[in-house]
Design a protein around this ligand. Structure first.
Ligand SMILES: *Cc1c(COP(=O)(O)O)cnc(C)c1O
Length: 432
């Protein structure tokens, strides 16, 4: 292909993606749409710079403004999460976890966390599965005993297991995260047996900042790792919050442990997102959770096996659905995409036992962060549930549903809960 042709084609595909996303229902639980100001920060010259080390002690020149922005991001993070220390340098949630492992453990130590099937993340995986904890940092991984009905950690059995195996690190949090984890109930026993207590808030950090989920740092966690682009609607990046005593090892775990350049445009975008969260976060995240509960009920009322009906479906942005009655999660995910409903398949805790696996699992996972951000409330959740039902239950032609979704989406084109919204949520911004 001629260079110019590839160049035009790449830019053309980006534009097509933007046009497409104006017409779909974005329901992936780990995704969100950024405010115009965050997008603006991401296009700046910061994206071409380096600044190794902490502000004021950089290894690079030219950091006058970069330092001030990073200090702002750190201050805003400490304020929003009432944290003694914030490190905003990890370039992703995965890198945050690896930096935390580096700071608090040695290869060969044992960590306790959720299994992948129970909602754990690949960065918590065993070496034999290629997970970062085992394969990259050399940790032995032991799973929390899990209560599949309540979709939560079994407190009693876990306390017993902690006393028995004495892990070096107990890590809460996960990627199918419906209800607060028993941090308060288990931190004390973990610490008594010599473990550090960490909490992976990649999914729920926005909810925590908005005061809607749980408050791990007050419940006994010493450190929170996270992504900054899921319920927290910032740029794709990472962040670590911790107690003062851990600030030095955490900073060193990040640099020189895990990053050289730390994506300064994303640090700037994060500062903007944190400021917007301080102003609008409570209202935004309260609506996310209300929407998730409403969507859970609306789907359940239409015959879908939404998990944890007896517990109100969820206390977060996320819902799980068992779709085995209608096929497998992989096939249904693709069908829904043809109908412009974008969500993803999900491995459910009992899937491996029943011979299912992550490509064709028994579940779907949905999140309400993004549809909430573009202005939808509880009544719109009923309409979304109806679109999903038409595809999964009624087997209606996907093209017809897609046309109706596009029509429905027309009124939701702006990002809410931000200071300025002159540019549409999915507008393609050309600066060539
Ligand atoms: C998404 C996620 C991560 C990884 O975050 P990235 O920013 O994609 O690297 C880590 N832990 C959990 C629980 C997650 O859900």
């Amino acid at each position: 292909m001629r260079p110019r042709e590839a160049y035009d084609r790449t830019l053309g595909l980006l534009q097509k993606h933007h046009e497409w996303f104006k017409t779909v229902l974005p329901l992936i639980a780990s995704e969100n749409v950024q405010s115009p100001a965050v997008r603006e920060a991401l296009t700046t010259d910061f994206g071409g710079r380096y600044a190794e080390g902490m502000p004021g002690e950089r290894v690079y020149a030219g950091c006058t403004y970069i330092d001030q922005v990073e200090l702002l991001a750190m201050e805003l993070a400490r304020e929003l999460f009432k944290a003694e220390h914030a490190n905003v340098q990890p370039v992703s949630g995965a890198v945050s976890n690896l930096a935390m492992y580096t700071a608090l453990t040695d290869p060969g130590d044992t960590m306790m966390c959720l299994s992948i099937a129970a909602g754990g993340h690949i960065t918590m995986g065993k070496k034999k599965f290629g997970g970062a904890a085992g394969a990259v940092h050399g940790l032995e991984v032991e799973y929390f005993p899990f209560d599949e009905k309540r979709m939560n950690i079994d407190v009693e059995a876990t306390a017993k297991k902690i006393a028995e195996i004495k892990p070096k690190l107990v890590m809460f949090g996960g990627s199918l995260f419906l209800f607060p984890h028993p941090v308060k109930e288990l931190s004390k026993v973990a610490k008594e047996h010599g473990a550090h207590v960490a909490y992976d808030a990649a999914h729920v950090i926005g909810l925590i900042g908005g005061g809607q989920f749980q408050d791990p740092l007050r419940e006994g966690a010493e450190v929170i790792t996270c992504s900054t682009h899921k319920t927290l609607p910032g740029p794709q990046h990472g962040m670590i919050l911790c107690k003062k005593e851990l600030a030095d090892p955490i900073n060193r775990g990040v640099f020189p442990g895990m990053v050289s350049n730390h994506h300064l445009h994303a640090v700037a975008g994060l500062a903007v997102a944190l400021a917007e969260m301080l102003e609008f976060g409570k209202e935004y995240t309260a609506q996310i959770v209300k929407n998730a509960k409403a969507l859970g009920k609306a789907l359940y009322d239409r015959g879908l096996a939404v998990l944890c009906a007896d517990q109100g479906f969820t206390a977060s942005h996320t819902l799980g659905i068992d779709v085995t009655k209608y096929g497998d999660g992989g096939v249904i995910e693709r069908k829904l995409e043809q109908a412009s409903v974008i969500l993803n398949r999900e491995l459910l805790p009992w899937d491996p036992r029943q011979g299912r696996h992550f490509r064709n699992p028994g579940g779907l996972r949905l999140g309400t962060s993004e549809v909430t951000r573009i202005g939808m409330k509880e009544s719109e959740m009923g309409e979304i549930a109806e679109f999903i039902k038409r595809v999964i239950v009624d087997g209606e032609e996907t093209k017809r549903v897609a046309a109706d979704v596009a029509e429905f989406r027309r009124d939701y084109q702006r990002v809410h809960y931000c200071f300025e919204s002159a540019t549409q949520a999915y507008e393609y911004v050309k600066i060539r």
